[in-house]
Design a protein around this ligand. Structure first.
Ligand code: HEM
Length: 257
């Protein structure tokens, strides 16, 4: 109200109902004289003619009251965009807070100072809340490391995987079709280095998922930073089914016996 806003920033509102009211149209047409008369002259006249206090009427009933009323009005707007948080939407700045929601809206409605208040469907309110939570979760998620996405990993055959471990000294293990490089983790493994050393070059899906120990979510999270490749056809058994010449873990032991 006090500064000239750029044209594109001026909001639009459907004022058809106001235009239909003769009184409102008359008020709008005579805005400045009405403001001066009702805001300043009339209160001064009441105090001046009523009990001879012209200065009191001007300073208190007119100027001080106007300053107070305008500040209170602006304050309500500022509070509604400042107090509380925005759990439903982050495109606009209205905020949710007990003081503004209850005292300013509910109390005004109770005293008839606000009418035709619209309520948003509960389902949509909940959706907005959930979307804001999702955004926050996503924001937090992007700050963490999740390793190379599986879709971007190179694809190896089961033989390549075993060959790399046997001949290139790779410390890789296979879990659920994904190859993990455990070189830096062997000595860190809470279950001890023995289990990881014996797992190199093998499909340990069953052992990892309860065959030997059912690992926690934390253990699965650790995995994400160690993945280096995916194995064609998923794992040892599938690779075997597709190509019977694929060497199976344990074959050499069986043959030796
Ligand atoms: C890179 C793969 C692996 C990771 C990241 C990993 C991680 C972990 C972690 C974090 C724990 C602590 C308990 C838990 O949070 O679940 C654990 C425990 C254990 N792990 Fe692993 N593990 C891996 C592979 C394996 C394999 C292949 C085996 C078996 C051959 C194994 C056997 C065990 C055992 C027996 C325990 C229990 C130790 C105890 O309760 O004292 N782990 N592992």
């Amino acid at each position: 109200m006090l500064i000239k806003r750029p044209g594109w920033k001026i909001g639009h509102a459907d004022v058809d109902d106001l235009n239909k009211s003769k009184l409102v149209r008359w008020q709008h047409k005579n805005y400045i004289p009405l403001v001066l008369f009702m805001g300043i002259i009339f209160p001064t006249l009441v105090a001046g003619l009523g009990w001879g206090d012209w200065r009191g009427g001007f300073y208190f009933a007119a100027v001080t009251r106007l300053v107070f009323v305008h500040h209170a009005t602006f304050c309500v707007n500022s509070l509604a965009h400042w107090l509380g948080d925005g759990p439903f939407d982050d495109r606009h700045t209205p905020r949710d807070h007990f003081i503004t929601a209850f005292w300013l809206i509910a109390a005004c409605a109770f005293f008839g100072l606000a009418s035709h208040l619209k309520t948003f469907p509960e389902n949509e309110v909940r959706k907005g809340q959930l979307q804001m939570i999702e955004k926050k979760v996503l924001e937090k998620k992007t700050k963490l490391q999740w390793g190379t996405p599986i879709s971007e990993l190179p694809i190896l055959s089961f033989e390549d995987f075993q060959h790399a471990c046997k001949n290139d000294n790779k410390k890789w293990i296979l879990l659920e079709g994904v190859v993990y490089d455990v070189a830096d983790f062997i000595t860190e493994h809470p279950g001890g280095p023995k289990y990881l050393n014996m797992a190199i070059g093998k499909d340990m899906t069953t052992a990892f998922n309860g065959g030997m120990y059912d690992h926690s979510n934390a253990a699965r999270n650790l995995l994400s930073l160690m993945r280096v490749a995916v194995v064609e056809f998923g794992g040892e058994v599938e690779a075997q089914k597709k190509n019977p010449s694929v060497p199976v873990y344990g074959d050499d032991h069986i043959k030796a016996e």
